[in-house]
Design a binder for this molecule. Structure first.
Ligand SMILES: Nc1ncnc2c1ncn2[C@@H]1O[C@H](COP(=O)(O)OP(=O)(O)OP(=O)(O)O)[C@@H](O)[C@H]1O
Ligand SMILES: [Mg+2]
Length: 154
């Protein structure tokens, strides 16, 4: 299961994040791929706002992770760009992050390849002359079911 969508501007990326928020289930893991500035954090911002988060959504570039409590579950937003060694994932105590209770949104997952929980959905953002293109790919039965319900408008 795959879906693609064109995102003409920042508002479209926020709206797409909000759409992804609708069918989220505790325990889901998302890999957010794409170059620097592709819009990964913007998408997370749209998703968190749709879940009722009203404060800032800071990029966790220096902290590696920011966590948010929303009704029903926790959301962990990771940015692994500054990790130099995949083992830092374990050193930071993130091994148990996929305990089935939280949603994990992971920017730069390739930095900890081999150590992360497997994704339910990979979201890939591409920069082009006219905004961004986003492609979502399911990687588990849960992810496939999820995309079937929330990407029908693409
Ligand atoms: N669809 C879009 N069209 C044009 N600009 C966009 C779009 N979506 C987001 N942006 C802009 O792209 C810029 C970078 O966005 P963002 O910080 O979300 O990228 P990122 O992928 O998280 O980058 P990094 O890898 O550095 O964390 C922001 O200025 C944002 O407003
Ligand atoms: Mg970012």
């Amino acid at each position: 299961m795959r879906c693609t969508c064109h995102l003409a501007d920042e508002a479209a990326t926020l709206a797409f994040g909000a759409r992804l928020a609708q069918e989220l289930k505790p325990g889901m893991t998302f890999y957010l791929e794409g170059d620097l500035g592709a819009g990964k954090t913007t998408l997370v911002r749209g998703l968190l706002r749709a879940l009722g988060h009203v404060g800032r959504v800071k990029s966790p570039t220096y902290t590696l992770v920011e966590s948010y409590s929303v009704p029903g579950f926790e959301v962990f937003h990771f940015d692994l760009y500054r990790m130099h060694d995949p083992r830092e994932w374990l050193d930071a105590g993130f091994r148990d992050v996929s305990d089935g209770l939280a949603v994990s949104l992971i920017e730069w997952p390739e930095k900890a390849a081999g150590w992360l929980p497997p994704p339910d959905v990979i979201v890939h953002l591409r920069i082009n002359d006219d905004g961004r293109d986003v492609e979502c790919e399911a990687r588990s039965p849960c992810g496939a079911h999820y995309l079937e319900t929330c990407c029908t408008l693409c």
